[in-house]
Design a binder for this molecule. Structure first.
Ligand code: GRF
Length: 190
């Protein structure tokens, strides 16, 4: 039985698209659900284009028992956070122990935590005069950007970098590494 992946995303969904592409004809796993808290997000259009079920949630429904039961009824094995901006409730984390992964656009534990997302991260890295940044893929626990680190890789930050140019480098790393890292996690389960 293929492992079923749910992607949680709030934004454009470029990482979601890369994950969908990577698992499109995969022998062991597929993306079977997209969860989003923002009806106008680009990721909702990706769900429609890819004919993948979309579940819209808000803070209240995300923390309901019914939501956990719904994911379990759908046979979800892994939850992948790809730019999901709501805090994941402990009840949901407890229901998927060791099966919930997040990607963060910086080298945790630095530049993480509440409010540290998107451009805010890159602005802070540049303001601090860092010579490198990168991505962190980690297990999710009840604290923002805090769970055990699975994978990190870096990119140089030059004096001429802007938050936008750094974001481009980071997105390149995300698109290169997120899906293979998720795949390796899943393959360990087989
Ligand atoms: C990515 O930069 C990711 O690191 C962060 O949110 C962003 C999502 O981008 N968690 P996208 O919606 O996948 O394009």
């Amino acid at each position: 039985m293929k492992k079923r992946i749910a992607i949680f995303a709030s934004g454009a969904g470029s990482n979601a698209q890369k994950l969908i592409d990577h698992f499109r004809h995969h022998a062991f796993a597929s993306v079977s659900l997209i969860v989003c808290n923002n009806p106008g997000a680009g990721v909702t259009e990706i769900a429609a284009a890819e004919k993948i079920e979309l579940l819209l949630v808000d803070r209240t429904s995300l923390r309901s028992d019914e939501f956990v039961q719904l994911l379990q009824q759908k046979g979800i094995d892994f939850i992948i956070l790809a730019g999901f901006l709501l805090k994941i409730p402990g009840s949901l984390i407890a229901a998927f122990p060791g099966h919930m992964v997040n990607i963060h656009p910086a080298l945790l534990p630095k530049y993480g935590g509440k409010g540290m997302y998107g451009q805010f991260v890159h602005e802070a890295v540049i303001r601090a005069g860092e010579k490198e940044s990168g991505i962190t893929i980690h297990f999710v626990d009840e604290h923002y950007d805090h769970g055990a680190i699975i994978f990190q890789t870096t990119c140089p930050v030059s004096g001429s970098d802007t938050p936008e140019s750094l974001a481009q480098k980071i997105h390149f790393l995300e698109h290169q590494h997120f899906a293979p890292v998720v795949e390796r996690l899943i393959l360990k389960e087989l």
